[in-house]
Write a new protein. Sequence first.
Length: 227
Amino acid sequence: MKKKILAFIIIVAVLIVGGITTFGVVKYTSKQDVKDNLKKHSLMEKKPEECAQAIRLLCEEDPKVVYSIGKYSITEGELANAKLLIEQQRMLEGSETLVTDEEATDWLLKRKLMNDEAKENGIDISEERIQKVLNEIRGSNGVTGDGKVADSERLAAFLDKTGLTYEQYEIQTKERIRYTIAEEDYINLIFKQEKEKNPKFEYDDEKLEILKEEHLDILLKELKNSK
């Protein structure tokens, strides 16, 4: 798991320096792969205003709730941010298919369900863990103590063009970190459960990813049927 988190740090740090961060399962063999892919798919260059709007909505102090089910609610900012994250991931995979509100809502609900199940199994994400990754990213960007971007011209240009502060941009970055760590923890939980059922079960990224999605699909269906 530590290797995966470290790989995430490298990928996100390089992508932020390039003007874009991403979330999801992306398999790269080196930093150069990330940079090469970035040249092909830079959402910040194509839609900087849309990116900025999603970040502003996520940073609102009094967010508007746009969807509720059971104990879960989704704000306008969460929805906009989820659509941005999914769209960026699709672009890195070579697709520019638009993300619907329903797709983004389901994606968010699955992550909320995932977090709750993890907590029930004694797994919780501490702010210290998130801050550790964030500090790595801040260092890669040469961010000064007062929150000014010193060593990333593209990121500085993006912030200047959109009128966002680095603090606002960092709020979104923390959400991406939180989602990624949660995914790692949840996949490790599934592995532990599978290992208990079958001691011969070996760690397999692809198989565990499928099991994770199948399990979350069941939880989401149960949630929607409970209305």
